[in-house]
Design a protein around this ligand. Structure first.
Ligand code: FAD
Ligand code: NAD
Length: 474
């Protein structure tokens, strides 16, 4: 096979592998270069998301939720079990099997779509050539008319709490503990801290999360954050706000932490420490000096609204560029870029990318928050509806949280949806579709929603925007 392609994608995460498949579907001769090595020492496609991110974290969240329900929530249904136990090896083994199924699945999809995979580190050279360095150091160069950079992101390391893979870990380490840590410290009450903190808390760890900012989950709607904080506190997640770690000292079998908050200096000893203070774009070794591709002040590859780098035939997508670091955002950029390369009308709207945090209760939002609208001087109206008044949620014994719908005060156009409660990871899609079609709260309010379902909370919140919810006072 010739080493000249129409498209070479560097990175086979959800941005890169989707771009490669879409390009191949469109008849472009496509290669995808990726360097990720799985737990078995072999090439593992799928990037962070499939190997050490979205998929394994959701597998562990689901298993730990089953265990938590068994130990805490089943009694109310009249269900009991003697002495329930968790077998950590089986718990982790199930996650590994799911990861393998999905990473292997990408290989199958590449075969079916005739995408040529390369295993090694890709470096963009001038003139759209890509040098691939294999694990044994051997090199080969392939070239293409278009190169899509999809090198993803890596965890940010704190200089005074460096990852050692054993006692101080990143997301990958916290997905692979061999036993339930008695005391787990987490730095950062962001998405990873809350999700992986929840996993180990449910299995019995004493979890303390230190968050530097004074407000909890400040990226989310304020009401959502308030409801979630209350529920997490009930579950026993100790979240300390305005807490800045200053020292992490690894002792024999524990880590001694020193942190400061408004009350002074504190000490905390934990058995494992997860540092989850955000991720940064990963471009180490990706670009030869003379490619002309630029990085911004945060190390992200600079692109325009069409994900073009400004260098002829060079594009970039996913976590390596601006915008939210989410799998589905990267995938849609991948589809759009492949379509632009093929001369078609690609589409990506960063304003409607949904966020989901897979805790209990789940948290989901899309569009603008009230704070953002206030700051932008956009007039808006709000409707809310509590899951406590939703028959299905009560029947499930999960009647926690609410749906908030925000619409433009004059045009009624849907501007945002903010949800905390059961099944909101799925419910958010309805709001995204409405926003994408430039629909209004009235549109949502006039659509028939099945009864009894959780989606009735969306319907009632939309009705509540004009103070006409049926099942609550307005
Ligand atoms: P990545 O997935 O990081 O993939 C990049 C790939 O490129 C990697 O395989 C890397 O090895 C490879 N690579 C990099 N440089 C080179 C090079 N020079 N040569 C060859 N290969 C290279 N997002 C969600 O939307 N939902 C979730 O539920 C979710 N959960 C998450 C849970 C955790 C614990 C973490 C850490 C992240 C989670 N994310 C989630 C975020 C999601 O994983 C990322 O947004 C997504 O993986 C980004 O995709 P990407 O393709 O841009 O990059
Ligand atoms: P994050 O940005 O979500 O949260 C990091 C938190 O750490 C923030 O609250 C920040 O204020 C805090 N922080 C920063 N420095 C600190 C310090 N020195 N001490 C204490 N706190 C500090 O980042 P993350 O949780 O590492 O996750 C990275 C990204 O991965 C997410 O932003 C998201 O894009 C993606 N992700 C998504 C999902 C999902 O979609 N469900 C799940 C996991 C990760």
């Amino acid at each position: 096979m010739s080493d000249k392609f129409d498209v070479i994608v560097i990175g086979a995460g959800p941005a890169g592998y989707v771009a490669a498949i879409r390009a191949a579907q469109l008849g472009l001769k496509t290669a995808c270069v990726d360097a990720f090595t799985g737990k078995d020492g072999k090439q593992a496609l799928g990037g962070t998301c499939l190997n050490v991110g979205c998929i394994p974290s959701k597998a562990l969240l689901d298993s730990s939720k089953q265990f938590h329900n068994l130990t805490h929530n089943f009694a109310v249904h009249g269900i009991s079990a003697d002495n329930p136990k968790i077998d950590v090896a089986t718990f982790i083994g199930r996650k590994d099997k799911i990861v393998k199924q999905f990473t292997g699945g990408i290989g199958q999809l590449f075969k079916a779509n005739k995408v040529t995979p390369y295993y090694g580190t890709g470096k963009l050279l001038k003139g759209n050539n890509v040098e691939i360095t294999a694990a044994d150091g051997s090199k080969q160069t392939i070239s293409a008319t278009n190169v899509i950079l999809a090198s993803g992101s890596v965890p940010i390391e704190l200089p005074f709490a460096k990852f050692d893979g054993k006692m101080i870990v990143d997301n990958a380490g916290a997905l692979d503990f061999t036993e339930v840590p008695k005391r787990l410290g987490v730095i950062g009450a962001g998405v990873i801290g809350l999700e992986l903190g929840s996993v180990w808390k449910r299995l019995g760890s004493d979890v303390t999360i230190l968050e530097a900012l004074p407000d909890f989950l400040s990226v989310a709607d304020a009401d959502v954050a308030k409801i979630a904080a209350k529920e997490f506190a009930k579950q026993g997640l100790a979240i300390k706000l305005g807490a800045k770690l200053t020292k992490a000292e690894v002792k024999k079998n524990e880590v001694a932490l020193t942190y400061e908050d408004k009350d002074g200096v504190h000490e905390l000893v934990v058995d494992k420490l997860l540092v989850a203070v955000g991720r940064r774009a990963y471009t180490t070794g990706l670009l030869a000096d003379d490619t002309g591709v630029k990085l911004d002040e945060r190390g992200r590859i600079v692109v325009d609204a069409h994900n073009h780098t400004g260098v002829d035939g060079v594009w970039a997508i996913g976590d390596a560029v601006r915008g939210p670091m989410l799998a589905h955002k990267g995938s849609e950029e991948g589809v759009a870029v492949a379509e632009w390369i093929a001369g078609k009308a690609g589409h990506i709207n960063l304003d409607t990318v949904p966020w989901v945090i897979y805790t209990e209760p789940e948290i989901a939002w899309a569009g603008k928050t009230e704070k953002e609208l206030k700051e932008a001087g956009i007039p808006y109206k709000v409707g809310t509806f509590p899951f406590a008044a939703i028959g299905r949620a009560v029947a499930m014994n999960e009647a926690i949280g609410q749906v908030k719908i925000i619409a433009h005060a004059e045009t009624d156009r849907l501007l945002g949806a903010h949800m905390v409660g059961p099944g909101v990871s799925e419910l958010i899609a309805e709001a995204v579709v409405t926003m994408e079609f430039k629909g209004s709260a009235e549109d949502l309010a006039r659509i028939v929603h099945a009864h009894p379902t959780l989606s009735e909370a969306v319907h009632e919140a939309a009705l509540s925007v004009d103070k006409r919810a049926i099942h609550k006072g307005n």
